[in-house]
Design a protein around this ligand. Structure first.
Ligand SMILES: Cc1cc2nc3c(=O)[nH]c(=O)nc-3n(C[C@H](O)[C@H](O)[C@H](O)COP(=O)(O)O)c2cc1C
Length: 178
């Protein structure tokens, strides 16, 4: 019963990837079963609704998501929404998410896009019956130094999210996706 953190930014110097790494460290510190999938390391095709589903990289991420009991997404905020790589991931692997609790870590340029994940979260809830953990981490540039999170309140929110996801997982908060 492992939590899968998925880092979805394709930027080599991604800040949401730093959030994902910090969440992994918080989980390991608590002996929670947790692993990280970084989409920069997997060359996924764009979803074409057909042949893409047979590609090996798509099979790999689909199986990785299927094995997880809960998912924590790390996403950039682009244009007041999640990044296209995350939307593409869901298009490629949708049914693999079914019923799993999902939490969010977001990196943004400013403070105004804090509800950016909501349309995506709605899709997860209504299309795939994913319970959404209502403890989002939203961090703008001021929360980071070069390679780590330096804002203590953001570090605390990451710890709170990790603990809440674990609690939901242990309570069996995933729903019957039928
Ligand atoms: C195409 C693009 C669109 C962006 N749109 C927003 C936005 O709507 N709101 C915001 O706060 N930041 C926006 N930003 C800033 C990013 O959220 C910020 O650079 C963040 O660190 C991206 O996450 P990443 O570093 O993990 O890739 C945008 C950046 C790019 C490149």
């Amino acid at each position: 019963m492992s939590t899968l953190i998925i880092s979805t930014s394709l930027n080599p110097s991604s800040r949401s990837a730093i959030l994902a790494q910090a969440a992994l460290e918080q989980a390991k510190r608590r002996d929670f079963s947790c692993s990280l999938l970084d989409l920069r390391a997997v060359k996924l095709p764009l979803c074409d609704g057909g042949a893409c589903f047979g590609e090996p990289a798509v099979g790999f991420v689909r199986e990785t998501i299927e094995r997880a009991a809960a998912i924590v997404i790390a996403s950039p905020v682009y244009n007041y929404s999640i990044g296209a790589s995350l939307k593409n991931l869901l298009e490629l692997t949708g049914a693999a998410w079914a019923g799993k609790p999902v939490g969010f870590l977001c990196a943004a340029g400013g403070k105004g896009s804090y509800m950016a994940v909501m349309p995506f979260a709605n899709g997860l809830m209504l299309d795939f019956r994913c319970p959404i953990v209502p403890r989002f981490v939203f961090a703008d540039g001021s929360a980071f130094d070069d390679h780590s999170v330096c804002d203590e309140s953001v570090i605390q929110r990451i710890a709170d999210l990790v603990e809440e996801v674990e609690r939901w997982k242990c309570l069996g908060m995933g729903v019957d996706a039928g």
